[in-house]
Structure formats: C-alpha cells, structure tokens
Design a protein around this ligand. Structure first.
Ligand SMILES: Cc1cc2nc3c(=O)[nH]c(=O)nc-3n(C[C@H](O)[C@H](O)[C@H](O)COP(=O)(O)OP(=O)(O)OC[C@H]3O[C@@H](n4cnc5c(N)ncnc54)[C@H](O)[C@@H]3O)c2cc1C
Length: 445
C-alpha cells in the first residue's frame, strides 16, 4: 500500500476540490494496514462528477485490478478496481460484453456498483447491480460476502450506496453473450420533446436507446433532438461485409488529449448553438441504419480524454434528474424552457427512458425519463439549480447522487424514499463509524 497527498483532489466535474490523503490498496490484505482513525471514502477512477468520492481521507482502488476467475457461462470474478475498459478489452474478443455500461468505460466495477450505474438499456436490462451475483465488502471491521440472498440488506444498501457501506473488494458479475463486436445503429430526428417521447415509447423493444437534445431550442421546437437506437449485430448482420472475417475484432479508438483548462468563454452559448445546429441538421445519410463499433456507440465522450477541462478551471456540474412517466412531459418541458430562457449553455443534454424502479435503497432509476445537463460553474448557477430542484420534487422525481455536488439535504431526503432503511443498515453493520464522503456530510447521510 502507498500514500499520496494532493491539495487539489477533485472528481470529474473539477468541483469541489479537497486537500486529501489517498491510501492506495493493491491487495485485499492492505485493508489491514489502513489508517482507520479518520473517516474514509473509497474511490475508483474518479468519474463521478461531484463530491461522492471525495473526503480528506480516500481509499483509492484503481491499482486493485485483477481478474480472479472466468467461467464458460460468462461469470467473471474480479477485484473492485478493475475498469470496464479492461473487461471489454479482454472478454469482448471471446464473445462477452458488459450487461450494462455507462457512457464512459473508464469506471471501476466497484464504482459501477456503488453508483448502481445505468446504460442506454435500462428499460430492457435494469441497472448494473441486476447483473451482480455477489461481492465481498470491507465494512470497517470485517469482510462480508453479500448477494441477494446472503446479507441482502447490505447488498441493497451497497448498490447505489455511494461507498458509505464500506469498501467493495471483489465482485462476481454475469457478462452478456455477444456474437460480434458491432452494433447496428439507427438515428431519428424529432422536431420537439413530444415527438421525442413518442419515438422512445415506440422503441422499447430496441435494446439500446438514448437521445441528444438541443437544449437551446425554443417554442414549437423546444426539446428537439436526435434519438439513437441500437442492437448488437449478429453474425448474419455482417454477411457480405469485411467484418464477417473477424466478427469479434475489437476496434479501439485512442483518445485525443486536452492539455489545459479552457478559458471560461470557450464554451459560451454561441458555440453550443453552433454545435447544436450542425448536429441536428447533419446530413440524412448519417442517420441511416448502419453498423458501428462499441466506442462511438457507447462511449463518444471518451474520444477526448480530459474533456472536462473544456469547462475551465472553475469546473462544472452535471445536473441529472429522473421524473416519473406521468409527470415527465410537463416537468422536462418546464426545465428545458427555464434553461433555454436563461441562455445557459449545456453542451451535453442526454435523455433516456428508464424501466422499472431499482432495488438498491439509494439507486437512482425509477420508471420515467432522465435528463442530464452540464453547466459550467458560474455566479448564480446554484440558485438557478435550486429552482430546477423544486420542479423535480413537485414531479416526484430525484437527482442522481453520482453526478451531484450541491443538492440540499432537504431535497435529498424528500426525494429518496428509502433513506431511513439505508441508514439503519449502515448502523447495523457499523459502517457509519468508518466511512463518510463530503457528499454524505452535505446530505446528512
Ligand atoms: C463521461 C461520463 C459518462 C457517464 N455516463 C454515465 C451513464 O451513462 N450512466 C451512469 O449511471 N453513470 C454515468 N457516469 C457516471 C459514472 O458511471 C459513475 O460516477 C461511476 O460510479 C464512476 O466510477 P468510478 O470507478 O470512477 O468511481 P468514483 O467516481 O471513484 O466513485 C464513485 C462512487 O463510488 C464509490 N466507490 C468507488 N469504488 C468503490 C469501492 N471499491 N467500494 C465502495 N465504493 C466505491 C465512491 O465512494 C463514490 O461514492 C458517467 C461519467 C462520465 C465521466
């Protein structure tokens, strides 16, 4: 185990920053050498946006990355610091893929469980933890096995529990059988938000769906966007193409780098407006049903590593909320109107349709629509987001903890219905004596 002090430790949004001492775990036995006198929080690859993986004392697991076993039925056992990128690199060429993947592959398996991440297939396949057979977790005093049948309360508190139940050490996960490393993708333009909802609801039989929204559009075009759907290509889909020679070939893209923080004016509403015009009006030929590879389909943002620097040194927040089906249209249109009227540029605006409510006590998804917007930190932003929170609360929705850096304890407690259940499990296993993040303090968790 080794230590590292960094005065400006941050996560993906570069906000907030904390002077943190990190203890790096490489092997399971290293937990015995942890300094447990200060409250700790586990950290994977720091791809959460806000303060959930931040504290003055961090336990970093990115070096704890080993595969332990793999069965022909696709059951993988690995340590919690293994990244989704490593799993794809090793197993996709053998015909296995992740059952659920977020929009970046640079996250650890432990981080994916702690945030209970979702992908473009939530409506069909649920959250990451729906595919986890079991994990082992260090609660501060002991290492416990957890699954839906062994210590189930700790299992459901840990899935989506943002590291507050302890340090996940090893994970057994069910991978998805695939017959090619290609995706058949289709794209459809929608002229406003209602149109977009119609497209989503007519595409629930598709495995993957997601939409990009032009959040600067107004009036009858409010919420216009492009819906992207896809399926894993079968061998037959590749017949007659060069791809049939090696259907499981992994086509990797190598990310470009941004060497420094952009000045804050670089991402003004004018540049976002220009990008949105070009994206929405891309040639129809680009929308046609076509074969593509994993990286552009699942991980377009990974093409530029450190793209978070485009928001400048003050950082940014990602505002991701979910609202139930019946209040989705009104709430999302109202939020889009507020954003558009305010003229704040959100470079990214991603809409997904969720399936059933997740079982994790603090898991984010519920049946309904989720929208993610990025906002550079600027004066008045947090007050503006407080106003959006009210719309989300009135619609019986909630905000995603792994993106959050500023929600109030009141908003959190009003919107997450199983907080008391979560707290009682954390007390039962004694994890609250050892683990706390900046976010947990802010939210009174
Ligand atoms: C470009 C981009 C796209 C994204 N797209 C999506 C998306 O589509 N869907 C989605 O759901 N999320 C998405 N995310 C968020 C990301 O998937 C989650 O924040 C994920 O948890 C990050 O994993 P990490 O390993 O970097 O964890 P960190 O950011 O390091 O930590 C996140 C949380 O997990 C806890 N944690 C980490 N490791 C452990 C462990 N071993 N034991 C216990 N707790 C642990 C931390 O304490 C913290 O609370 C995206 C993020 C980015 C940057």
């Amino acid at each position: 185990m080794y230590l590292n002090r960094n005065k400006n430790t941050t996560s993906w949004g570069n906000y907030p920053q904390v002077d943190a001492l990190s203890q790096f775990i490489e092997r399971e036995k290293d937990v015995n050498s942890l300094d447990m006198t200060k409250k700790l929080i586990a950290r994977g690859l720091g791809r959460s946006y806000g303060d959930s993986a931040l504290s003055k004392s961090i336990v970093n697991l990115e070096k704890n990355d080993y595969f332990i076993s793999f069965s022909n039925e696709g059951i993988l056992e690995c340590t919690a610091g293994v990244s989704l990128e490593s799993i794809i690199s090793v197993f996709s060429t053998r015909g296995w893929f992740l059952p659920v993947t977020p929009g970046t592959k640079y996250v650890t398996v432990g981080g994916a469980i702690a945030s209970d991440v979702h992908g473009k297939n939530h409506h069909a396949d649920g959250v990451f933890s729906d595919h986890v057979e079991s994990f082992r977790i260090f609660t501060g005093e002991e290492i416990l096995e957890c699954s839906k049948s062994v210590n189930p309360d700790l299992f459901y508190a840990t899935c989506g529990g943002m590291g507050l139940t302890g340090i996940i050490l090893t994970v057994t996960l069910r991978l998805l059988k695939i017959h090619s490393s290609y995706i058949i993708q289709s794209q459809t333009r929608a002229s406003n938000f209602e149109d977009l909802m119609r497209l989503f609801e007519g595409s629930e039989s598709e495995k993957y769906t997601v939409a990009w929204i032009d959040c600067l559009s107004k009036g009858e075009h409010l919420g216009r966007g492009v819906m992207i759907s896809g399926e894993h290509a079968t061998y037959d889909d590749l017949l007659g193409t060069k791809m049939q020679e090696n259907p499981l070939k992994l086509c990797k893209s190598f990310p470009a780098k941004i060497p420094f923080n952009f000045p804050s004016f670089a991402l003004c509403s004018e540049s976002v407006y220009l990008f949105n015009q070009l994206y929405f009006n891309k040639p129809s030929s680009e929308l046609d049903r076509a074969l593509t590879t994993f990286d552009p389909f699942f991980y377009p943002l990974d093409f530029v590593s450190d793209w978070n620097k485009i928001y400048g040194a003050r950082g940014f927040v990602q505002y991701q909320f979910v609202v139930p089906m019946k209040s989705s249209k009104k709430a999302i249109q109202e939020i889009l109107e507020r954003v558009s009227d305010k003229g704040i540029a959100s470079f990214l605006a991603v809409l997904k349709l969720f399936g059933k409510e997740s079982e994790g006590y603090l898991s984010f998804p519920m049946r309904g629509y989720t929208l993610a917007l990025d906002f550079p930190i600027m004066e008045g932003l947090f007050e503006f987001l407080d106003e959006l929170d009210k719309i989300v609360l009135d619609a019986n929705g909630r905000l995603y903890l792994t993106k959050d850096a500023r929600m109030s304890a009141d908003t959190f407690h009003k919107s997450y219905k199983n907080v008391n259940k979560f707290k009682s499990v954390v007390q039962k296993y004694g994890c609250d004596r050892f683990f706390k993040s900046l976010q947990a303090k802010r939210l009174g968790l």
